[in-house]
Design a protein around this ligand. Structure first.
Ligand code: ADP
Ligand code: MG
Length: 404
C-alpha cells in the first residue's frame, strides 16, 4: 500500500487530533488538518486528499452538511469520507451514510479499528483510481485504433471506387483510339478511290460514314469529360470539411455521378432515385456526410455481391424537423440476431482480409463503417436508423436537423 497517501483530518478538538494524528503517523501516513468547514473548503481547492476523516461537530458547520457539499462537487465527490462519531450514536452513523459517507470511526478511538478502516478505504480508493486511469488509457488506445482504421477504411473505399472508375475510363479511351484508327484507314481508302475517280454519290456516302464515326467518338469523349468532372467534384467534396449549409439532394446527386463512373455501379445495379423536389438544407461538413452516404452504398454493394439482379433505391425528403435520405438494397439482408449489433465498433460479418484482390474480389470489412456513420450523424444532432423486420434486403435512413 502507498504509505504516502494523504489523509485529511477535520476536527477541532485537540485531544482527538492528537490521538488520531499519532495513530496515523505511526502507520506512516501523511495527513493534513483542518478545524472548520471554511478551512476545509479552502484546503480542498489546492489539494485532493485520498480520504477524509470528518468530525460531526465543527464550530462553523456540521459535518453532515460539509459531507453533502463535498459529494455534490465533481472535484471532491470521489474522496471517501469517514465520520468520527460517538460509539453509541446510531442516529449519527445512519445520517452519515445518508449524506454519502463510506464508513465511520467511533470515539473514543481504538487504534486497531482506526488502522483497519482507514487502510481498507484507502486501498479501495487507490484501486478505483488505478482502474479509472487504466480505463482512460484504454479509451485513448481504442480511439487511436479506431481513427487509424477509419482512415484505412476510407482510403480503401476510395481506392476501390477509383479502381472502378479507372477501369471504366479505359474502355472509352480504347474506343476513341479505335475510332480514330478507323478514320485514318478510311482516309487512305478514300484517297485511293479519288485517284481512281470516284462517283459523287459514292463519295457522299463514304464521307457520311466518316461523320458518323466522328459523331460517336465525340459522344465518348464528352462522356469521359463528364466522368472527369464528377471525379474532380468528388475530390472537392472530400475537402469540404468546414461546417456550412449544404443541400442533401445536391450531395446525393454528385456522389451518384461519381459512383456512376464505376462500371459495376453503373451497369450492374438497377437504380431508383427518388429525391424530394425541395432543397434539403443542413448545416454540416460536406465530406462527413458524403462519407456516410458512401459507406451505406458500399455496404449495399457488399450485400449484393452474390445476388442476381441487384437493385438499389435512394430516396430523400423531410419530416418532423429533419431532412432525411435513405439507401435501400436488394441484398442478402440483415439477420434479426445481429441487427442490434451492426452499429457497434468492430462488429463485422465480413473477413478482415481479402483472399483475392481486384474488381471482383469478395467484400472485406473492419466493422467501423456504421459506427462512423452513427458517430458522425449524432455529432450533427441527427440519427441513423436501420429498418427492422424485413425478410429481404436492407434499408438505412439518415436524419439531419433542418437548417433554417
Ligand atoms: N446493406 C446491408 N445489408 C446487409 N448487411 C449489412 C448492410 N449494411 C451493414 N450490414 C451488416 O453490418 C455489419 C457492419 O457494417 P459496417 O459497420 O459497415 O462494417 P463492415 O462493412 O466493415 O463489415 C456488416 O458486416 C454487415 O453484416
Ligand atoms: Mg461497411
Amino acid at each position: 500500500m502507498k504509505k504516502n497517501s494523504l489523509i485529511l483530518l477535520v476536527d477541532d478538538i485537540p485531544q482527538n487530533i492528537q490521538l488520531l494524528g499519532a495513530i496515523l503517523k505511526n502507520q506512516g501516513y501523511s495527513f493534513a488538518l483542518t478545524t472548520s468547514g471554511k478551512e476545509t473548503y479552502k484546503l480542498l481547492e489546492k489539494t485532493t486528499p485520498d480520504i477524509i476523516l470528518l468530525d460531526v461537530m465543527l464550530p462553523d458547520e456540521d459535518g453532515f452538511s460539509i459531507c453533502r457539499k463535498l459529494k455534490s462537487k465533481e472535484k471532491t465527490a470521489d474522496i471517501p469520507i469517514l465520520f468520527l462519531t460517538a460509539k453509541n450514536d446510531t442516529a449519527d452513523k445512519v445520517q452519515g451514510f445518508k449524506v454519502g459517507a463510506v464508513d465511520y470511526i467511533t470515539k473514543p478511538f481504538e487504534e486497531l479499528e482506526v488502522i483497519e478502516r482507514v487502510k481498507n478505504h484507502l486501498q479501495a480508493k487507490l484501486d478505483r483510481d488505478q482502474l479509472n486511469e487504466y480505463n482512460k488509457e484504454l479509451e485513448v488506445v481504442v480511439e487511436q485504433r479506431t481513427n487509424e482504421l477509419l482512415k484505412k477504411e476510407r482510403d480503401t473505399i476510395l481506392a476501390q471506387f477509383i479502381q472502378g472508375v479507372v477501369h471504366n475510363i479505359r474502355g472509352p479511351i480504347s474506343s476513341a483510339l479505335a475510332a480514330s484508327d478507323l478514320i485514318q484507314a478510311m482516309r487512305d481508302d478514300l484517297n485511293r478511290r479519288i485517284e481512281e475517280g470516284i462517283e459523287k454519290e459514292e463519295l457522299k456516302e463514304k464521307m457520311e460514314e466518316v461523320w458518323q464515326i466522328l459523331e460517336l467518338n465525340n459522344e465518348v469523349l464528352r462522356k469521359m469529360a463528364g466522368n472527369l468532372e464528377a471525379m474532380l467534384r468528388k475530390s472537392r467534396t472530400d475537402q469540404m470539411q468546414e461546417d456550412d449549409v449544404y443541400d442533401l439532394n445536391e450531395m446525393i446527386k454528385h456522389e451518384l455521378e461519381f459512383l456512376d463512373v464505376d462500371l459495376k455501379f453503373k451497369n450492374q445495379v438497377e437504380k431508383s432515385i427518388r429525391l424530394s423536389s425541395e432543397k434539403l438544407a443542413v448545416f454540416v461538413s460536406l465530406s462527413d456526410i458524403a462519407q456516410v452516404f458512401e459507406n451505406l452504398i458500399k455496404n449495399a454493394m457488399d450485400a449484393m455481391f452474390a445476388i442476381k439482379n441487384p437493385s438499389i433505391t435512394i430516396e430523400s425528403g423531410s419530416a418532423n424537423g429533419y431532412h432525411w435520405f435513405s439507401v435501400e438494397d436488394s441484398g442478402e439482408g440483415i439477420p434479426a440476431q445481429i441487427i442490434d449489433k451492426i452499429f457497434d465498433p468492430f462488429f463485422t460479418t465480413k473477413p478482415l482480409k481479402a483472399d483475392s484482390k481486384g474488381l471482383n474480389a469478395p467484400p472485406v470489412g473492419t466493422g467501423i463503417g456504421l459506427q462512423f456513420c452513427k458517430k458522425t450523424i449524432e455529432h450533427y444532432k441527427g440519427k441513423i436508423e436501420v429498418e427492422k423486420g424485413r425478410t429481404k434486403g436492407a434499408k438505412f435512413t439518415v436524419y439531419l436537423p433542418v437548417f433554417n
